[in-house]
Ligand binder design. Sequence first.
Ligand SMILES: Cc1cc2nc3c(=O)[nH]c(=O)nc-3n(C[C@H](O)[C@H](O)[C@H](O)COP(=O)(O)OP(=O)(O)OC[C@H]3O[C@@H](n4cnc5c(N)ncnc54)[C@H](O)[C@@H]3O)c2cc1C
Length: 424
Amino acid sequence: MFDKMDQSGGPQAGGAGGRTTYQALLAADAAWKAIRTAAPGAAGPAPTFVTESPAPLGAAALQGADAFDAVVCGGTLGVFLAAALARQGYRVAVVERAELRGRSQEWNISRKELEELRELGLLTSEEIDAAIAIEFNPVRVGFHGSADVWTRDVLNLGVRPDTLVQTMRAKLEAAGGAVLDSTQLLGLEVHPDGVALQVSGPPPAASSGDGSTTSSNSSGGGGGGGSTRRVVARLVLDCMGHQSPIVRQIRWGVKPDGICLVVGGCASGFPPEANTTADIICTASDAEPLASCGGPPLQLFWEAFPSSDSPDSRTTYMFTYSDAQPFRPSLVDMFEEYWRRLPQYQGLTEEAVEQLRFKRLLFAFFPTYKNSPLPPAFDRVLQVGDASGIQSPLSFGGFGALTRHARRLIGALDDALACDALSR
Ligand SMILES: Cc1cc2nc3c(=O)[nH]c(=O)nc-3n(C[C@H](O)[C@H](O)[C@H](O)COP(=O)(O)OP(=O)(O)OC[C@H]3O[C@@H](n4cnc5c(N)ncnc54)[C@H](O)[C@@H]3O)c2cc1C
């Protein structure tokens, strides 16, 4: 499948589902293997990413050109919160390891969830319309051996993450916020009055001599050319997703209670007349061992959505939930199974599936923990989005979860920043 695609995989973005190359698949599989084969109690001491200091940073450091009320680390969902806070008058920066662009594969969402952003004044009706790539109805919920249920207006929009992220970036910058992209967060020191963040990259020319520092850094980071820079913030929002290095330290040595494995892709070549409806959750078989790797039975679930690319383009995902035992399938095993089962699921012949032209292949593993949402482990540092462990079985957390919680979250952050009530 990967051989048949454009080998560059198209533009790559940070964040869940942002990387679509074969190399990225192997890297994700190696990370998932390390989790499921980790011996209990053998993790050793946690890598130190966050430290705490009793010494205050001081008023001068908190007023400098590299000082912010809030620094949002991770820009996929983070840029929405950053823009909201900047528009309320806070000094805000986004630190994003990759280019801040948003992935090109659509997110599925319900209109009601998207409207939340309009009601909050974050998007206009025109901007919402521009972000909606496709709308379809009805949508199906179907379990093998029982009658299908057809419903309407649930996860029936495909929205463009790249359009949304770039729109929010423009709003953030228009409100005076800063975007430090291709910039990696390398570590944090939490002080009583603020947090010092070490990030890759040189300081801006304007900030020389204001207390920000640079030093040689052999570990490097995105785009930094080996030097590092210090920025300070009263509050750090950790929006770095499941791979957040802060969460890694907090959850060190704790095996996930569950894993969601997802593979799939967007391909053209489906019969257009059968590509007008969606499946939001379906099964095409009972729980059974996977032909690709054996092991105990697993229940496989499917999702399918028309794609805006063309009338014959469709996105199909196959996913499963399991524990993190060593014998669970790899993502490559899941792809083998996806390929084997796609004809039956979509009612196509094997020859027809061979003729599909895949534009993007998507894959991820989502660790889940009973201890979620993750309680804050440090003063002035809060996890939001996938980093917090919020999970939805249908959309795997994500954009819909952010919009549903946006009003409460933005209001609470405003209150907390306004009175500096930022202890854990
Ligand atoms: C195949 C697939 C399909 C999905 N479909 C949907 C859907 O239809 N609808 C929906 O709502 N959701 C969907 N999701 C879920 C959604 O994509 C994620 O939940 C969402 O991207 C989470 O956003 P986040 O900002 O919390 O984390 P992430 O998307 O993981 O973003 C984290 C960001 O942090 C950056 N980062 C990481 N480490 C550092 C560092 N050290 N320094 C600086 N930056 C760093 C990364 O580059 C990245 O940009 C899907 C996910 C997948 C994988």
